[in-house]
Ligand binder design. Structure first.
Ligand code: UDP
Ligand code: MG
Length: 162
């Protein structure tokens, strides 16, 4: 059984991925989930909610001194956010690669931001940037009973060994 935030001391991890209000409004939820699914990662937690500005500020607490912080909080709390926990080998770092660079203009085609958005202030998706922030963010947005565990026979086609 994989613990709440991943298997400690291994690279079998869990990460927090959120589709921001613009991604949800633009009907990109299926597209984004599809990219993580097709890669081989496993969806173990999902819900949709409209964050309060307080929740958004807490989520982005490390950026509170940045000039764009107020706009960011407004943006993240402006509508429905799809909150997810994804599991797999190196999912924190590889998830960030699937997402692309913070600025969509610098994101390569093939990445989510490189393919689907244009501006940094409307970059449609969030992903944890380290195992520590994944841990904090999963704990902020999910209760232990909201994240599930399941094994599938498919895994032997995705991992040589696990
Ligand atoms: N952001 C912004 N202007 C900037 C940098 C960041 O509006 O100059 C927003 C953008 O939506 C970004 C979020 O703040 O996704 C969080 O910034 P971070 O540096 O953590 O980027 P991320 O981890 O999302 O790539
Ligand atoms: Mg970040």
């Amino acid at each position: 059984k994989v613990p709440f935030t991943g298997l400690p001391g291994t690279n079998y991890e869990r990460t927090f991925i959120a589709i921001k209000p613009d991604g949800t409004e633009r009907r990109l939820v299926g597209e984004i989930i599809g990219r993580f699914e097709k890669k081989g990662f496993k969806l173990v937690g999902i819900k949709i909610l409209h964050p309060t500005p307080e929740q958004a500020a807490k989520h982005y607490d490390d950026l509170k001194s940045k000039p764009f912080f107020d706009g960011l909080v407004k943006y993240f709390s402006s509508g429905a956010v799809v909150c997810m926990v994804w599991e797999g080998k190196d999912v924190v770092k590889t998830g960030r690669k699937l997402i692309g660079e913070t600025n969509p203009a610098l994101s390569v085609p093939g990445s989510i931001r490189g393919d689907l958005c244009i501006e940094v202030g409307r970059n449609i998706i969030h992903g944890s940037d380290s195992t520590q922030s994944a841990n904090d963010e999963i704990t902020l947005w999910f209760g232990e009973t909201e994240v599930t565990n399941y094994e599938s026979p498919l895994e032997k086609f995705i991992y040589e060994r696990k």
